[in-house]
Design a protein around this ligand. Structure first.
Ligand code: FMN
Length: 197
């Protein structure tokens, strides 16, 4: 018998409430995605590390795997930043870089790792990967923080606030398209695929 899935969800869901925009570059090709699974990776404030988890289905996975560098941005919830944060989520989280240059639609400059630093983010860190946990459907990257900067003031944007403020049309499309990613992960874990009803 497996674990109690309701209890597992009650324990694990929402542990990381802040969506982040992760950008990267490899061989001159820039890309980025939205993630809800990033975290701190060190108990030493003077030697910070960051963890990110990217599914192998996503183009950003291959670029971070190749180059070992990324920038991770927090998004802002102030009146000034919220519309720009929503635009960042829709630009990076709504389609794959395999289908086009998503960074072309955003204001950015290269950071010390070459990863795009997004001008509309609240703050960011840049990371150089020091360890990779290579799993069936994803990789978990641990990186040294090699640069960090606050760009704006105000509160961090949490996913509940973001999801309510995003256009319903966008969130519905996201949920529908996400099925492909879910099924890729299910195949990798030997689970039956889900159908769209
Ligand atoms: C709120 C939110 C959270 C997400 N969390 C993750 C995540 O933790 N890991 C991941 O690989 N993808 C995550 N995604 C999905 C990617 O952002 C999405 O599939 C993106 O289009 C991938 O782009 P790429 O193929 O250009 O890398 C999330 C998306 C959203 C909107």
């Amino acid at each position: 018998m497996g674990p109690d899935l309701d209890a597992a969800a009650a324990t694990l869901n929402g542990l990381r409430p802040f969506p982040v925009a992760i950008t990267t570059v490899s061989g001159g090709r820039t890309n980025g995605l939205i993630s809800l699974s990033a975290g701190g990776g060190s108990i030493l404030p003077e030697a910070p590390r960051v963890t990110i988890s990217i599914t192998k289905y996503n183009f950003s996975h291959d670029l971070v795997r190749e180059s070992g560098v990324f920038a991770l941005h927090l998004l802002g919830a102030s009146d000034e930043l919220l519309p720009r944060s929503l635009r960042t989520i829709m630009t990076l989280g709504g389609s794959s870089g395999r289908d086009g240059d998503k960074l072309a639609g955003l204001d950015w400059t290269p950071g010390v790792t070459g990863s795009p630093v997004l001008a509309d983010a609240l703050s960011y860190v840049e990371g150089r990967v020091v360890g990779v946990l290579d799993n069936e459907e994803n990789s978990i990257f641990l990186a040294d923080v090699v640069a960090a900067e606050r760009l704006h003031g105000g509160r961090r944007l949490d996913i509940g606030t973001a999801w309510k403020a995003l256009p319903a049309e966008w969130t519905e499309t996201y949920d529908r398209e996400h099925l492909h990613q879910t099924n890729a992960a299910r195949r990798a874990r030997g689970l039956p695929e889900l159908t769209d009803h």
